[in-house]
Design a protein around this ligand. Structure first.
Ligand code: PHE
Length: 371
């Protein structure tokens, strides 16, 4: 049987050229040169030929095999590179696309202001004291010389919790002044309760920052707000010390050389005399400028600690005197950084925070003055 080698070659070269992908090409290779491929079969048949036949058929078949193998290799290389190009084109990484904006957090203005205040008072030698947000009547009112059933208790618009079995209701502290009481009552520190000010004997020089609560909501009041209380108890303390401390603080806080302040008589049950301190300001340009102008902005309640408060906390008022003050932190921040409405501070609006928030890296280190 003679085989039409030229016809076979045309057929295989045609199929190789037409193979659409490497898988189809592999099928052609198996048909031609695989174990039971046509050309492999013909090459095997050489063994059964006469020497003369082999002389003719041998070179012819080897030539056919080589040409088909070369065509297969060439086509394979071409198909592989086309397939790679297609893959690269499909999965291309488009480096020209702008990266999505990175979400960056900000320090809440209240926390920034709190840190600024703590840093200044720490440098003046005040230690930090804290107390619980949920207080009892004694620490929030009675020990602070609010008479029982006195309307002064109502002036704070207190949030009361449901009364316990004994009929007494806990409350959300209306000011940070109960921390004064907890600090002066040195017997009142349960072991392990680190959030409670450690009680101590005089001399005492503490500030106590924290959340406070009153039923109140308008542009300058929010039901939850922040205060920093200050308390100094020592011998021979008088109003002059109080005034100097607050003046120093205000100048540092508002970054002014000096400030003009005034004390207005006021009433707090726990201080006598009591005052509110105002700072000179100018609101005529639409924004508040501290330290200039002809107006006054109320900034802090203060006074000399009432002898009854000292007595209620086991301190002899004939030996020790002191002063106390209570700042509204959010309100102070509003004056310094100019937020129009206090309620926005706690509305959890990220746009507001992005605008008024502070970079975490710029925040003062409150520990810096606490050496
Ligand atoms: N506790 C007072 C308030 O919240 C502020 C204050 C503190 C006044 C200490 C005098 C002394 O209004």
């Amino acid at each position: 049987m003679t085989t039409d080698l030229a016809g076979l070659e045309t057929e295989f070269l045609g199929r190789i050229a037409a193979a659409p992908d490497t898988a189809a090409l592999e099928a052609v290779r198996l048909d031609a040169l695989g174990k039971s491929g046509v050309i492999s079969g013909l090459l095997k048949s050489l063994g059964g030929m006469t020497p003369d036949e082999r002389k003719v058929q041998g070179p012819a078949l080897n030539g056919l095999r080589d040409r088909v193998a070369t065509a297969l290799a060439d086509r394979k290389a071409a198909l592989e590179s086309a397939e790679l190009d297609a893959k690269l084109a499909a999965g291309r990484l488009d480096l020209s696309l702008p990266a999505p904006p990175r979400r960056r957090g900000a320090v809440h203005p209240t926390m920034q202001v709190m840190d600024e205040m703590i840093a200044i008072f720490a440098e003046m030698g005040f230690a930090l004291a804290e107390g619980p947000d949920i207080e009892d009547d004694f620490h929030n009112f009675t020990a602070l010389n609010f008479p029982p059933k006195h309307p002064a208790r109502e002036m704070h618009d207190t949030f009361f919790l449901r009364p316990g079995p004994d009929g007494s209701a806990k409350l959300l502290r209306t000011h940070t002044s109960p921390v004064q009481v907890r600090t002066m009552q040195k017997t009142n520190t349960p072991p392990g309760a680190s959030w409670i000010a450690a009680g101590q004997n005089p001399p005492i020089r503490i500030i106590s920052p924290g959340r406070t609560y009153r039923m109140d909501s308008d542009a300058t009041h929010t039901p939850m707000f922040h205060q920093i209380e200050g308390l100094v108890i020592d011998r021979n303390i008088h109003m002059g010390h109080l005034k100097w401390t607050l003046d120093q603080f205000i100048a540092r806080f508002f970054e002014l050389e000096s400030v003009v302040t005034r004390f207005r008589p006021h009433h707090f049950p726990f201080t006598e005399p009591s005052a509110e301190m105002d700072v000179q300001c100018d609101t005529s340009g639409g924004e508040v400028k501290i330290g200039q102008g002809a107006e006054w902005s109320e900034i802090v309640g203060c006074g000399m600690v009432h002898p009854n408060v000292l007595r209620n906390c086991g301190i002899d008022p004939d030996q020790w005197q002191g002063f106390a003050f209570g700042f509204g932190v959010d309100r102070l921040g509003r004056l310094k950084y100019g937020m129009p409405d206090l309620r926005d501070m706690f509305a959890s609006d990220n746009r507001w925070l992005a605008h008024y928030g502070f970079s975490a890296f710029a925040a003062p280190n409150p520990a810096s003055g606490l050496s």
